[in-house]
Design a protein around this ligand. Structure first.
Ligand code: FES
Length: 110
C-alpha cells in the first residue's frame, strides 16, 4: 500500500465531494464532519461517477439510479445495487489530501 497525493486540502471543503484520478484509479474524495474519506469513483451498479452525485450527512447518492452509500464505510444504504463501494484510507497532511492505494493500483475490496 502506498500513500499518494490526491488533492489540495483547500479544494475539498466541508460537505464537498471531489472526483480525481490517483495513480490511474478514479477516486472520489469527501469531507464530512471535518474528516476526509475516499472511495472508488465508479458506482458498483453501472458506470456513473460518484463525484457527480449528491452528498448529505456522509451519504453519497449516485446521480444515475440513486443508489446511496455511506462514504465512511462504502456500505449500501439503499438502491439497485447490493455491492458496497470500495473505500480507501485518506488523511490530510498539511495542505494535501493523501489517499492510500494498493501498490498494484487495484481497487480494494469493500
Ligand atoms: S449507476 Fe449508480 S445506481 Fe445505477
Amino acid at each position: 500500500m502506498t500513500w499518494h497525493v490526491a488533492a489540495q486540502a483547500s479544494d475539498l471543503q466541508e460537505g464537498d465531494v471531489l472526483g480525481t484520478v490517483v495513480a490511474g484509479q478514479p477516486v472520489a474524495l469527501y469531507r464530512v464532519d471535518g474528516e476526509v474519506f475516499a472511495t472508488h469513483n465508479i458506482c458498483t451498479h453501472a458506470q456513473a461517477c460518484m463525484s457527480d452525485g449528491y452528498l448529505e450527512d456522509g451519504i453519497i447518492e449516485c446521480p444515475l439510479h440513486q443508489a446511496q452509500f455511506d462514504v465512511r464505510t462504502g456500505q449500501v444504504i439503499s438502491g439497485p445495487t447490493k455491492v458496497p463501494l470500495p473505500c480507501y484510507r485518506a488523511r490530510v497532511d498539511g495542505e494535501q489530501v493523501l489517499v492510500e492505494l494498493p501498490a498494484d493500483g487495484a481497487a480494494p475490496s469493500a
